[in-house]
Design a protein around this ligand. Structure first.
Ligand SMILES: Nc1nc2c(ncn2[C@@H]2O[C@H](COP(=O)(O)O[C@H]3[C@@H](O)[C@H](n4cnc5c(=O)[nH]c(N)nc54)O[C@@H]3COP(=O)(O)O)[C@@H](O)[C@H]2O)c(=O)[nH]1
Length: 686
């Protein structure tokens, strides 16, 4: 095709042959290819052999450009109108678009013929980059529109240069007030310091730094999370701000629920113990004493049972307020659960300070509580454990304060008690008893003893009181004073009580037969036995089985039973009364309201507590009380039993005072059934 080589070939073509990235094509006056470099092969897909001799329009010009290209080429040849460099979309061998930046040059060869050279640079990368940039921009726009977050662009010095916000109401202030302004002019001092600190931290750092802050907004306090990224090349910061108020409030609520008591808003057991650990650590580090006060409201259960849980709850809230009032701000008041509270006192000067606080708490509680227009008098028992003397861990101190609280209860309530290691021994003993008591009934470790009761006028035995004894192989002889409360606590008093009743009735039958006397047997009842709804029926059945008449059975009931104030107690007492069983008020004189109970329930006997009998000869007050009790009981048609009679003097005095029956060591200590069977008494007339 080409008859002769073009003038430019040697010098320029050699250069173009080495360049793959640029397409260089040479055309003769008829636009036939005379040169087609490697770059053209790559860009348009035609090899040099395929291209040479073909016209420009046959190869790479799309149909719609064909006429314009031919015309432009002609114009250039004939009128010297240069074809300008331009971006063009041409076509490759496979009919695909090829975006190029095309420049053109016209040469005259040695034969005086024109040759046009086209130099095409592929714009594929540029186009792709452009497309990506456009995509990114539209993505960013969509993100801005879709997210409720605020975006700010800041200079490194804090000047706000741009922002994006879904809604103007989310902004702290109007754009007119913040655009071009420095953040220092906008935020309140406290927030500003925080924002500036984190912006300073973000400068020069790769990645994102985030922090939280709060602002007073027209709708109330709002919480935000800010994420800051430094764009080093532009010396700018992108700050994305998210409203996390809802999340913050939700986690605050969860935190409250996890750490605070819902009723009183005081720290709960978990947080109280955590604070206690902190108090111990501080005392360890800085020296000084700390104390744990374990409080339990006295007889709170009775309030709940008699006045209802709503009143109980109100009382607890009021108690929490009173406690918080007494302590310093640095101290902690917590609720451990139920009616148990804890007070943590840190940095105590000396024991006097501690005692002062404890006494103020007791004083606060002595003021009547006004709940639903009702005045309630409540007291509290406080156990105190001191760091470091009584323990060096939170659990140990709490346990010891708890032990001390029990001691305070045992000392009559409405008082406080400091922990001693002796108390700890008591607790260990109690745990031992608890362990051994389980299964004791099945192992036949119990035995019922009997203590006789005598008629003070006739000197004859009227009956006996059944008193339980426990012989345990590991613990030896354990007194009922010790094991009955534990049996109540672990819930085995009901089967134990049934055992005592059955034993006592079967003994009574034999005893009466053997002596041919109308003896009566007295059995003690624990408050918990009244919870057993089937108790009265059980008594009835037992009487029938033992062939004992109901009036020969007496139940000794302490004030504790009556103070439960529940309808089931009344129901059981009335059933027992209807059955014909005798009821005896035990330990009379030790409680506060026995008198009102005497009027309320159908008692037959009144048993004066031995604490009054022991002092009857020496103490006028005791004598007066016993005198009054006997007179009052008789006026109510009750017979009077004096318990704990130990001397002839006591006996004579009681007889003079008109007491009906006596029981005590003077006659006999409680004894096993076989001894009781043999018991005879003839000293009363001495
Ligand atoms: N619910 C039940 N309680 C029971 C049962 N058996 C006993 N108990 C109660 O345990 C408490 C202690 O009883 P106990 O150690 O048997 O003491 C009784 C007598 O031994 C003692 N007593 C009698 N006379 C004297 C005396 O002259 N001096 C003196 N120091 N103590 C004496 O008094 C106890 C009898 O008390 P009370 O019942 O109040 O009449 C005691 O509260 C028992 O009630 C049981 O089976 N179930």
């Amino acid at each position: 095709m080409l008859n002769r080589p073009p003038a430019t070939r040697d010098s320029v073509h050699q250069l173009f042959d080495t360049v793959d990235a640029i397409s260089v094509q040479g055309y003769d006056q008829q636009r036939r290819v005379i040169y087609w470099n490697r770059g053209s092969e790559i860009l348009y897909g035609y090899s040099a052999e395929e291209a040479l001799g073909k016209t420009l329009e046959q190869l790479i010009i799309p149909d719609d450009l064909r006429d314009d290209v031919i015309a432009a080429h002609r114009e250039w040849l004939e009128n010297d109108v240069e074809i300008p460099a331009a971006e063009l979309t041409l076509r490759d061998k496979y009919g695909q678009d090829v975006n190029v930046f095309s420049s053109h040059a016209m040469f005259v060869n040695e034969l005086n013929e024109y040759e046009m050279y086209c130099i095409d640079i592929s714009l594929a990368d540029v186009k792709q980059a452009e497309a990506q940039a456009m995509l990114k921009e539209s993505l960013l726009t969509s993100v801005f529109e879709a997210t409720p977050d605020l975006f700010f662009l800041l200079e490194e010095d804090g000047t706000i240069i741009n922002y994006h916000s879904g809604s103007e109401k989310d902004l702290y202030t109007s754009p007119a007030k913040f655009l071009g302004k420095n953040i220092a002019e906008l935020f309140p001092a406290k927030v500003l310091t925080r924002v500036q600190t984190y912006i300073a931290k973000a400068i020069g750092r790769k990645g994102i730094i985030s922090f939280e802050y709060e602002l007073e907004m027209p709708k109330g306090k709002s919480f935000y999370e800010a994420r800051v990224r430094h764009i080093k090349e532009h010396r700018q910061m992108v700050v994305m701000v998210r409203d996390i108020t809802e999340k913050h409030l939700a986690s605050e609520l969860i935190r409250k629920q996890a750490y605070y008591d819902a009723l009183t808003s005081l720290p709960n057991r978990f947080l109280s113990l955590d604070r206690l650990s902190q108090v111990i650590k501080d005392a360890e580090r800085y020296g000084g004493k700390a104390a744990v006060l374990f409080l339990d409201i006295d007889d709170f259960k009775k309030v709940n049972d008699s006045l209802g849980h709503e009143v109980g709850d109100k009382l607890l809230v009021e108690a929490a307020k009173r406690l918080s009032r007494v302590v310093r701000e640095t101290d902690t008041v917590g609720r451990l659960g139920g009616d148990e509270f804890i007070v943590l006192l840190r940095s105590l000067g000396d024991y006097y300070d501690l005692v002062d606080v404890v006494k103020s708490i007791l004083r606060e509680f002595r003021e009547p509580f006004l709940i639903d227009a009702r005045e309630l008098v409540l007291t509290t028992s406080i156990g105190v454990a001191v760091y470091p003397e009584n323990g060096d861990s939170a659990t140990e101190l709490l346990r010891n304060a708890d032990t001390a609280m029990y001691q305070a209860k045992a000392s009559g309530r409405n008082t406080y008690s400091f922990f001693t290691y002796k108390m700890n021994d008591m607790i260990l003993r109690r745990l031992e008893i608890e362990g051994q008591l389980r299964g004791a009934l099945e192992r036949h470790e119990f035995e019922v003893y009997y203590q006789p009761k005598l008629d003070l006028k006739t000197g004859s035995v009227t009956g006996a009181e059944a008193l339980l004894r426990w012989h345990n192989p590991a613990l030896g002889q354990v007194g009922p004073d010790e094991f009955i409360p534990v049996a109540e606590h672990i819930g085995i008093i009901i089967p134990i009580g049934k055992y005592v009743l059955e034993q006592a009735l079967s003994f009574l039958l034999e005893w009466r037969k053997a002596h041919q006397q109308q003896y009566a047997i007295a059995v003690n009842l624990s408050p918990l036995q009244f919870r057993d709804r089937a108790f009265a029926s059980f008594v009835e059945e037992s009487l029938v089985n033992a062939n004992v008449r109901p009036e020969c059975l007496e139940f000794e009931i302490t004030e504790g039973v009556l103070m439960i104030g529940k309808s089931y107690v009344e129901e059981a007492l009335s059933k027992l009364h209807k059955l014909g069983v005798k009821l005896s008020m035990d330990d009379f004189g030790t409680g506060y309201s026995s008198l009102s109970y005497l009027r309320q329930y159908a008692f037959d006997l009144l048993k004066i507590d031995r604490s009054f009998i022991s002092g009857i000869c020496e103490k006028k007050e005791d004598r007066d009380l016993v005198t009054a009790a006997i007179a009052m009981a008789h006026s109510l048609d009750l017979r009077v039993i004096a318990e704990g009679v130990e001397t002839q003097e006591q006996l004579s005095l009681l007889a003079d005072l008109g007491c009906d029956i006596a029981q005590g060591y003077y006659f006999s200590k409680p004894m096993p059934a076989n001894e009781m069977m043999k018991f005879r008494y003839d000293k009363i007339s001495e």
